[in-house]
Ligand binder design. Structure first.
Ligand code: ADP
Ligand code: MG
Length: 249
């Protein structure tokens, strides 16, 4: 059996003000799988994602592993190379004068040669279809372009796992459609927190439902999202596209 790409064991976390955001989360994700993380506002999605790339450390109990590496203060730089995080707000991710500099930022800091940095910038921008904006300031881009460039800046680190927080937030329909196709095309292990259940259905084969810091369902996408009682109980709606799909497919 292969080692899971991501493994979370009994993870609990409380913020310094005492808010218990995660209460005993356990799940594993096989390499290459796309998993949606859904749940009402405040369910703990963003807090969980931050634990996956060492943005937050477990304050109470439990463990997160990326491949064979246990996430800890010591392993954090290794973990951040392996796990690329696309933030909910692209403005938090892009801060350099030009797109190319933003995408080069991570590889440069990792100490790669200038040739290798340039190769990565070129390849990452091409992968997301953004080579034409490489010399533009990120703040002038549309929301869809910003999101694509933020994804490129993560791809440039060549991570094994992609973690995304609400990637379709604030995108117009065309940009959202492009994003969905892009996310479907990746071979990375993907963990995507989203309120956009239609995106989840199109990109992910599995869904984890969180409520009040606990995993309340984990399994194949269509079966869980079709469970109207479960969805309602946890503040979610059965996505519209499933209404047009045969219940047993
Ligand atoms: N910085 C913080 N300090 C204190 N509580 C927080 C902080 N960030 C989030 N929380 C709380 O932790 C819980 C989980 O929040 P979050 O992970 O943001 O949920 P989601 O992303 O599912 O909306 C909520 O009760 C939220 O109010
Ligand atoms: Mg959130």
């Amino acid at each position: 059996m292969s080692i899971p790409a991501v493994a979370v064991y009994d993870l609990s976390y409380a913020y310094p003000d005492g808010t218990e955001a995660l209460r005993g989360i356990t799940f594993t994700v096989e390499p290459g799988l796309a998993v949606a993380l859904v749940g009402a506002n405040g369910a703990g999605k963003s807090t969980l994602l931050q634990h996956l790339n060492g943005g937050l450390f477990n304050a109470r109990q439990g463990e997160v592993r990326i491949g064979e590496t246990v996430v800890s203060r010591k392993s954090v730089s290794l973990v951040r190379h392996a796990v690329g995080m696309v933030f909910q707000d692209s403005d938090d991710q892009l801060f350099m004068p030009t797109v190319a500099e933003d995408v080069a930022f991570g590889p440069l800091n990792a100490g790669l040669s200038s040739e290798e940095v340039e190769r990565r910038v070129e390849s990452a921008l091409e992968r997301v279809g953004m080579t034409q904006v490489r010399e533009r300031p990120p703040y002038r881009l549309s929301a869809g372009e910003k999101r694509a460039v933020a994804i490129a800046s993560v791809l440039a680190m060549e991570p094994e796992v992609l973690v995304m927080d609400e990637p379709s937030a604030n995108l117009d329909p065309r940009a959202r459609r492009r994003l969905i196709e892009l996310l479907r095309s990746f071979g990375h292990t993907r963990i995507i927190a989203t309120h956009d259940l239609e995106l989840a259905v199109e990109v992910c084969s599995r869904v984890i439902v969180l409520d009040e810091g606990r995993v309340v369902a984990d399994g194949p996408m269509v079966g869980i999202l079709n469970d109207e009682a479960l969805m309602e109980e946890h503040g979610l709606e059965r996505p519209h596209i499933l209404r047009h799909m045969h219940p047993h497919t």
